[in-house]
Design a protein around this ligand. Structure first.
Ligand SMILES: Nc1nc2c(c(=O)[nH]1)N(C=O)[C@@H](CNc1ccc(C(=O)N[C@@H](CCC(=O)O)C(=O)O)cc1)CN2
Ligand SMILES: Nc1ncnc2c1ncn2[C@@H]1O[C@H](COP(=O)(O)OP(=O)(O)OP(=O)(O)O)[C@@H](O)[C@H]1O
Length: 191
């Protein structure tokens, strides 16, 4: 299946998830991540402000922030690349492109992600054997993840059924090291 069809298939499946499933999945993923020492110890976390049927991050972000971590969220640039700005509580956000909430804080630049100690990204699917990530098709996270060093943990949040045996990959496609499913955190074994 090509990328466009796979995206459509996954978005259609997500559209069928109940509010209840979205809520319980988010809680399970949040607790699982917050239980990891390497998550608890991360001082600067790059995350995303979830929308619609994406794996929900709002509770996770609030918990990380309350715990004392600095959380950066993407700020969409017109060229498709991602700038970064710091979350400072629920009142620090305003709607940006695609209706996604973005921090009003100063922009830290596209390279700010290099300094994160933990990177949590949205994905529509991840390849179980290679870690290759399928995104929304704008290449934004391919550019952002290309700046992240090999020792920084990268985690894609997925719903059940989105960790696949085979995702179409092109040379520019970036991989993630972990996937977090509701109730299951998986360290992918790719080199
Ligand atoms: N929450 C979130 N923030 C993000 C991304 C993302 O995928 N999710 N991005 C990743 O690059 C960037 C924004 N790029 C985006 C590109 C396309 C669509 C998009 O196709 N949206 C659908 C509706 C989404 C839904 O409800 O599931 C649309 O507009 O029809 C969204 C964001 C940066 N911030
Ligand atoms: N490093 C890069 N610099 C500029 N453009 C890029 C880069 N990486 C990918 N692109 C472009 O982005 C477009 C979309 O790529 P692709 O379909 O692989 O996105 P994706 O990985 O699914 O989505 P995303 O990265 O936004 O989550 C492609 O046309 C690709 O050429």
């Amino acid at each position: 299946m090509d990328k466009a069809n796979l995206r459509r298939r996954i978005l259609a499946a997500r559209a069928g998830l109940s509010e209840e499933t979205l809520r319980t999945s988010a809680a399970a993923t949040r607790e699982l991540l917050l239980d990891q020492p390497w998550v608890q110890m991360a001082g600067l976390v790059a995350c995303y402000w979830s929308i619609g049927t994406e794996p929900d991050t709002h509770g996770l972000i609030l918990a990380l922030w309350k715990h004392g971590a600095t959380v950066m969220l993407p700020v969409q640039r017109p060229d498709g690349d991602l700038d970064w700005a710091v979350y400072d509580g629920p009142d620090s956000l305003a709607p940006g492109p695609y209706g996604i909430m973005e921090p009003v804080d100063e922009r830290r630049g596209v390279d700010a992600i290099r300094t994160a100690s933990l990177v949590i990204v949205p994905a529509l699917a991840v390849d179980r054997s290679t870690g290759v990530r399928l995104g929304r098709g704008k290449g934004s996270y391919d550019r952002a993840l290309a700046r992240v060093g090999p020792h920084t943990p990268t985690v894609a949040l997925l719903h059940e059924g989105e960790l696949l045996d085979g995702v179409p990959a092109e040379p520019h496609d970036q991989r993630v090291r972990y996937v977090a499913l509701p109730g299951e955190l998986i360290l992918l074994g790719h080199p």
